[in-house]
Ligand binder design. Structure first.
Ligand SMILES: C[S@@+](CC[C@H](N)C(=O)[O-])C[C@H]1O[C@@H](n2cnc3c(N)ncnc32)[C@H](O)[C@@H]1O
Length: 250
């Protein structure tokens, strides 16, 4: 497929993207059934993907880890479970954070939550050994600026780990996946969460998102080095890892 063929529909799709206040209101609305829908849509695989993302983040003994767009804290909880002693979860949706706080209390974990916009994180430069974002970047108004902001709060040598849906470009699979994602997911999402619109928006935000190699280029432009990625779930999900150049005496 040529560059032109992939770019045109995506540029159109970007026009359908929602502004941050609408995105926040949408997550506030769907919070109650959010975790259940994740398990259903991914056929239970999302748990393993977050486990893998957490493993990448804590590799090298990260102690201070920030999970951006933490939602109901599934990745933050996994980071703590894998041994990160200081985990912070940030999200701009009050509803998601309230559910996250209940889950964290229920599991006896120690994770600090705060309401914050990923585009302007309330932390100094170099504050974290690792920063993660799972299924959040796609919802942000400027992917590149968001990556630059997450890279800013990493110490030299720190890792950025991005787990995200990725536009599928394998022809036959794409047709199947579009049927599943454009028709079945909104139907089931509507029945379970009562908000069909939110689950209709999901495929829109995925179509507009850069393919894996382009996201890797965005991360490299943001100053991250040795950027690599792997596909998951028949190339519908990608896990990217980049390292901020330099070393910090610890
Ligand atoms: C699809 S959920 C992902 C939640 C969680 N990371 C997970 O793996 O399930 C996307 C989350 O991103 C948050 N979000 C989207 N844009 C944001 C922004 N600009 N700043 C902070 N949080 C944002 C939403 O509130 C929502 O909780």
């Amino acid at each position: 497929m040529t560059g032109t063929e992939t770019e045109t529909p995506r540029r159109g799709a970007r026009g359908a993207l929602r502004q941050p206040p609408e995105v926040r209101a949408m997550f506030d609305r769907i919070v109650r059934r959010y975790d259940l829908m994740n398990r259903l849509m991914s056929l239970g695989r999302d748990v393993a993907w977050r486990r893998l993302a957490a493993r990448e983040a804590v590799a090298g003994g990260a102690r201070q880890v920030l999970d951006v767009a933490t939602g109901t804290a599934d990745l933050a909880l996994e980071l703590a479970r894998q041994g990160a002693p200081h985990v912070v979860g940030a999200d701009f949706s009050r509803g998601m954070l309230e559910l996250a706080a209940d889950k964290i209390r229920g599991r006896g974990a120690s994770i600090r939550l705060l309401q914050a916009d990923a585009m302007a994180l309330p932390f100094p430069d170099g504050a974290f050994d690792a920063c993660t974002v799972a299924f959040g970047l796609r919802n942000m108004p400027d992917y590149e600026a968001a990556v630059v902001e997450m890279a800013r709060v990493l110490r030299p040598g720190g890792r950025l780990v991005v787990l995200e849906m990725t536009p599928l470009r394998v022809p036959v699979l794409r047709t199947l996946f579009r049927w599943y994602f454009d028709r079945l997911v909104p139907l089931i999402g509507g029945l379970i969460s009562g908000d069909r619109d939110a689950y209709r928006y999901l495929p829109t935000s995925v179509s507009a998102f850069p393919p894996a190699e382009e996201l890797a280029a965005i991360m490299t432009r943001a100053g991250l080095a040795t950027v690599r990625y792997q596909y998951l779930m028949m190339r519908t999900v990608a896990l990217h890892v980049g390292v901020k150049p330099g070393t910090t005496p610890r």
